[in-house]
Design a binder for this molecule. Sequence first.
Ligand code: ZN
Ligand code: ZN
Length: 214
Amino acid sequence: MGNGALGALQRYADATAIDGVFISHLHADHCLDLCGYYVMRKYHPDGPLPRIPVFGPKDTARRMAKAYDLDEDPGMNEEFDFIPYGPDAVHHGPFTVAVRNVVHPVTAYALRIEANGRVLAYSGDSGACHGLEETARDADLFLCEASFLEGATNPTDLHLTGAEAGRTATVAGSRRLLLTHIPPWHDPQKVLAEAMGEYDGPLDLATPGKTYDV
Ligand SMILES: [Zn+2]
Ligand SMILES: [Zn+2]
């Protein structure tokens, strides 16, 4: 639900039919479209849509109220049931979602989403760390951020280089790697080439509009 996600979502799904939201962390580029989605559910002409769970860091309700400039009470609590991540996996519909803390300047989680014996792992934003490796362990598809390139003086515990994303996928035994979160100032092909040097399995750049089977 980062900025821009709600528009794209409507090309592929009925946004009003969504019955749960999972948020990796509370940086603007990972949560702000919950503001637009709040409007869609609250002011729907057929009446407000049912309250749905929003799983995320414990500060999510407050952060979203602040983002929309709402009083914290009620904030968005009448539209969304904000449920903080805990140590146990969450069961939601056919999905089991296990989260792990990853290294980032704010509390951040990587998500491991399982259904029918298949696993999608998502890094959220993360530096290289054990929590990320565990999340991606034997995953059928590892959707991993790669915001940095090797060779620059990159801040630590913030993001991954393409090489680190590849290395993480190798250590974790991920079966397929898909790179995302590449900033516009980097050439995606360079990021991909770095990852390719560290990972032998199938890998690609995440492309809007493309479908990936898990
Ligand atoms: Zn972030
Ligand atoms: Zn980000």
